[in-house]
Design a protein around this ligand. Structure first.
Ligand code: IMP
Length: 336
């Protein structure tokens, strides 16, 4: 017999409130239970991170549990799994919260780790699983359900992932319903679609969500990009709507007309594991729209450093630099 997975990892610290802020707000873990000044329990992937105040846990609790006392003084250590590109994102996020990166290096046997400290001084590491020779999740030679009813998307994904032995089938062909997009971010909407398809099919599922974000409109139309075109999917109307709102905001010069496309690809496994990949392409919006190629807001979007809009550009040239291409490169890097 062999123990098969680690269910709990424990770190200790006396200030549970500041530790909760670090692990919940900065690292994004979900709090499952908290007893002020005593512990906070957080869900992480397929396990739990338990944070205990050692002054409380080293004495036998008076009630509600017959668990023996435990405790530790001095710094402990926890390591979170991260893919190569996630490590860069973690570096930035930690720095944005004023957290010092204590170390960032490649191990001689392969794989990178970064280290910082939680508010109690525990050593917190983010590392690629391959530092232990552990496999990453792979999509190679898998059957994948694409959470879309759009045959064009299925074809594009089959072309992109076919060379890796991936066979993509549509959620529509499996009779899966389309969930309502109730999220407030691209990531939330992509993930609710991938999770619903994985749950409904028992297969690994891929979903995407994308849109155009205009700086002077505070990110609009954003997650509502498709909806701005109305029930008839009239993008001439949607583009005119964007232009009228920009003119009302006084955005005339190119630097006042900054915008970017965002694409989030979400991969969900039937066991609940999810990985999301985001790509962006930045540029400015022109008026009137130029070009008849592409789709959606393409004729308005002039990518930085180019003289042609996405609507004028050769489709292959767009596919080299688009938000979707950037997200796909990250997905392929992490999962193949
Ligand atoms: P989704 O199908 O919910 O991701 O809707 C995305 C919407 O964003 C599309 O209907 C388009 O209006 C817009 N959009 C996303 N990507 C592009 C692009 O590459 N070019 C033009 N419009 C895009």
């Amino acid at each position: 017999m062999k123990a098969k997975a680690i269910l709990e990892t424990i770190v200790y610290g006396e200030d549970i409130k500041s530790l909760r802020h670090f692990y919940e707000t900065i690292l994004g873990l979900e709090v499952r239970r908290e007893l002020e000044e005593q512990f906070v329990f957080l869900h992480c992937g397929e396990g739990m991170l338990l944070v205990f105040n050692p002054l409380k846990s080293e004495v036998k609790p008076r009630s509600f549990t017959s668990a023996p006392p435990h405790g530790a003084q001095g710094p402990g250590h926890v390591c979170f799994s991260a893919s190569a590109h996630e490590l860069d994102a973690w570096r930035k996020r930690l720095a944005d919260h004023g957290i010092v990166i204590e170390a960032d290096f490649e191990w001689p046997g392969g794989g990178r780790s970064i280290y910082c400290r939680d508010p109690a001084g525990n050593s917190v590491e983010f590392a690629e699983p391959r530092i232990w020779g552990l496999p990453r999740r792979s999509l190679r030679n898998q059957k994948l359900v694409v959470a879309s009813h759009n045959p064009g998307k299925i074809k594009e994904i089959n072309e992109l992932l076919g060379p890796y032995g991936v066979e993509a089938v549509s959620a529509g062909s499996l009779g899966l319903p389309e969930p309502e997009e109730t999220g407030t971010t691209f990531e939330a909407n992509a993930q609710l679609k991938s999770e619903a398809a994985a749950k409904g099919s028992g297969l690994v599922a891929l979903a995407d969500d994308s849109g155009l974000c205009v700086d002077v409109l505070d990110g609009d139309p954003g997650i509502y990009s498709a909806r701005w075109a109305g029930p008839t999917k009239d993008f001439a109307l949607a583009m005119r709507n964007v232009e009228e709102k920009m003119q009302a905001a006084g955005a005339a010069a190119p630097e006042q007309r900054r915008a970017h496309f965002v694409s989030v690809l979400s991969v969900a496994w039937p066991d609940g594991h999810v990985e999301n990949f985001e790509g962006q392409v930045h540029g400015s919006l022109v008026w009137p729209p130029r070009g008849k190629r592409g789709f959606g807001y393409d004729p308005m979007f002039l990518p930085d450093g180019r003289s042609e809009t996405f609507g004028e550009m050769d489709p292959d040239a767009k596919h080299q630099i688009s938000h979707r291409a950037v997200a796909f490169r990250k997905l392929v890097d992490a999962l193949f």
